[in-house]
Ligand binder design. Structure first.
Ligand SMILES: [Zn+2]
Length: 238
């Protein structure tokens, strides 16, 4: 039977693949399933967008968060900031009401955990700024998308499921790769332009401060060696 032969061929392909070594340079582990990578690297590729990517921890972008918080406070009356808070808040409220919004179930979980639209915006901007300032930490777009999804979804710790691990520890429901991508893509679609405007404004502000600090150190000319004559036509003080 054709289907039986097909299944047999599939099984052989799987066995052959499992004997191969992971595609990541330096990794000597065997491949997982039909993946090019071992289990750990396949997991990272699926969940974080690259076999060598990992979760970016909150404390890694503390510094960027400070810049974002200061900026948002300074511009709290700006229409775009308020619109961003409002849209993120609406996403939470609609999810809670069971409306068909992206990642509805997970966003309802965040809403129930007390997350606000402003908190989502702060998280998104801080992580986005981190990716601009650490291109080796989050070097490409897919990784940033996944990281945005992951870290927003972790604003409220995942629920522990009712079952325990064989060791008697709490078991957490894993955040699926698709849901991370769904949240990250929605954020980029809705808040991408806003985020870019905020981040470039933060950078401009930092540069302006540095320039002013530099200008402040400019020495004045020695009055004896270079007499500062009043400009032509100016009679000087009366
Ligand atoms: Zn590997």
């Amino acid at each position: 039977m054709a289907s039986l032969r097909k299944r047999e061929a599939g099984r052989r392909r799987l066995e052959a693949n499992k004997r191969q070594v992971c595609n990541v340079t330096g990794c000597t582990k065997r491949r997982h399933g039909l993946s090019y990578f071992c289990h750990a690297h396949a997991f990272a590729a699926r969940h974080h967008g690259h076999p060598l990517a990992r979760k970016i921890k909150k404390k890694e972008y503390e510094h960027e968060r400070k810049h974002v918080v200061r900026f948002l406070r300074l511009h709290s009356a700006h229409g775009a900031v308020n619109a961003a808070y409002e849209l993120a808040g609406l996403w939470l409220r609609e999810a809670e009401a069971g409306q068909p919004v992206p990642a509805q179930e997970q966003m309802a979980r965040l809403a129930a955990g007390g997350v606000t639209g402003a908190e989502i915006i702060e998280e998104v901007l801080a992580l986005w700024l981190y990716s601009r300032w650490h291109p080796t930490g989050l070097p490409d777009d897919i990784r940033l998308t996944k990281a945005l999804g992951t870290n927003v979804l972790l604003l409220v710790p995942r629920e522990a499921s009712s079952e325990l691990t064989p060791g008697g520890e709490k078991k957490y429901r894993r955040l699926g790769a698709l849901i991370r991508a769904e949240v990250g893509e929605h954020i980029r679609r809705v808040f991408g332009v806003f985020a870019l405007n905020v981040l470039t404004a933060i950078e401009r502000q930092i540069r302006a401060k540095q320039d002013a600090a530099q200008a402040l150190r400019t020495p004045f000319p020695d009055p004896l060696s270079t007499p500062t004559a009043p400009p032509e036509g100016d009679a000087g003080p009366h």
